[in-house]
Design a protein. Structure first.
Lengths: 231, 228
């Protein structure tokens, strides 16, 4: 194994294991909190995009267009420098909060688009059928529309979550100590690019593979006849 | 106030313009080079060539499963460190190659999806006419598949333009980097300068996004790529 040490000294990586774990936990925290918040904001975006009220729909459309047509890195800078100017209480926030705010604002339009498509994918005949058997609005939503929308929404939402986790790497630029930062730290202290960057690349790849497995599992689970309008 | 912003804008504009040209240049290089590499990989994968299909599948998963920032660090720090002489490139080459390779992984899946989305009957009919595999691809399948790639390729183009901002991290003088340098001159106007930068990106990306949506409606929004 000595030949390996020259290219990839796992002993150095082992010394930094604590820092990698700390970074990984911050990455998962940032991604997890942003996921929940962006699902909430995304639901609002979806409802606003489906709304007939122009006064509500137009501003949300503008926000969606802005997020989709500008780089995440620039959005992170805008939040990082803009939020303290906008909200006085944000001045005392640590970098992680700004990171989560930026990721949430960036991810919500994509989540919203998926949720909107999910709601629209439920055929209108389903709602009419539910009305015909005497269901009220709440029953129609609970028993007919939402289960089918959920089945159509879950796979792309999982895909978007994978994107969100990868996007957390940009938080290293506003000095959040996440997974990529751990690699940068190792490289700046020991000047070992292989051990630094191949390790984090492998880490992200493992997370991605887990999500890929989850996504396949979910697709199989949802393939049951009860979830599909066509079945 | 407005006058102040106007004077900042007019004094920065030539400088930001230079950055925009670099952004334009690197995004065009990446879309062209990435499409060429991606087309070959996608074609090979759609034909299920043994061994190669699996290897390229690994290539695509590695590139799509890791953040572009990390890939950029690998191209910038790790590869020049391998001792292979032609890999000891400068930061600009590293950035251009990294973005092109990243692009190719998305293009490959689009090309594969488009080729597989052309109805099988087309290829079978061509076989019945006595065409061989290459003729079927070249004269029948690819011309039809090409149309299907237009909407998702526009989406990838927007993604590349946005990813070029990350190249500022390794010191490429593109738009975001020029913005960061501008802030040294006007440190009190950080927010305004980033707003200006965002606006310039918007002017570049938004027409492409509109085109993508228009193309999607024309082509009939065939979902040819599973993004997982």
């Amino acid at each position: 194994m000595t030949w390996l040490l020259e290219y990839y000294n796992y002993r150095i990586v082992a010394q930094y294991l604590g820092r990698f774990a700390e970074g990984l936990s911050n990455t998962l925290t940032a991604a997890g909190v942003s996921l929940v918040l962006s699902l909430l904001l995304g639901t609002f975006v979806a409802l606003a995009l489906l709304s007939n009220r122009t006064g509500l729909r137009k501003p949300v459309e503008g926000y969606v267009a802005f997020v989709r047509a500008t780089p995440l890195l620039v959005q992170i800078y805008l939040v990082y420098y803009g939020l303290p100017a906008l909200l006085p209480f944000a001045k005392s926030w640590n970098d992680m909060y700004f990171g989560i705010a930026a990721l949430t604002l960036n991810s919500a339009p994509y989540m919203g688009e998926i949720i909107r498509a999910g709601i629209e994918s439920v055929p209108h005949g389903q709602i009419e059928g539910a009305k015909a058997v005497g269901m009220n609005y709440g029953q129609r939503m609970r028993h007919v529309v939402l289960p089918q929308a959920f089945a159509n929404t879950l796979p792309p939402l999982i895909g978007q979550t994978a994107v969100l986790i990868k996007d957390t790497s940009l938080l290293s630029i506003i000095t959040v100590f996440e997974f990529t930062s751990a690699g940068i730290l190792l490289n700046s202290e020991r000047v070992r690019p292989n051990e630094s960057f191949l390790t984090i690349a492998l880490g992200y790849l493992l997370i991605y593979l887990l999500i890929l497995l989850l996504s396949r599992g979910v697709k199989q689970w949802l393939a049951g006849p009860a979830w599909n309008a066509q079945g | 106030m407005l006058e102040r912003y106007w004077s900042i804008t007019s004094s920065l504009l030539p400088f930001l313009w230079k950055g925009f040209l670099e952004t334009l240049y690197v995004s065009l290089v990446a879309i062209v080079a990435g499409s060429l590499i991606g087309a070959v990989i996608g074609l090979v994968r759609s034909q299920r060539v043994p061994v190669l299909t699996g290897l390229f599948g690994l290539y695509i998963h590695v590139l799509r499963g890791t953040p572009f920032l990390v890939q950029l660090y690998v191209f910038y720090f790790v590869l020049p460190n391998t001792g292979v002489s032609w890999l000891s490139w400068d930061s600009r080459t590293a950035a251009f190659v990294a973005l092109s390779v990243y692009t190719s992984s998305y293009v490959a899946e689009i090309v594969k999806g488009a080729i597989e989305a052309v109805p099988r009957g087309q290829s079978e009919a061509a076989t019945a006419l006595g065409m061989n595999r290459l003729q079927r691809l070249w004269y029948v399948v690819i011309p039809q598949a090409l149309k299907l790639t237009v909407p998702p390729m526009s989406g990838v183009y927007v993604m590349i333009i946005k990813s070029t901002a990350i190249l500022s991290v390794v010191g490429i003088s593109e738009l975001t980097r020029q913005g960061e340098v501008s802030i040294l001159r006007f440190p009190r106007d950080v927010l305004f300068i980033y707003g200006l930068i965002a606006f310039i990106y918007f002017l570049y990306c938004y027409p492409v996004l509109r085109f993508a949506r228009w193309a999607e409606r024309r082509v009939g929004a065939a979902r040819i790529v599973d993004l997982d």
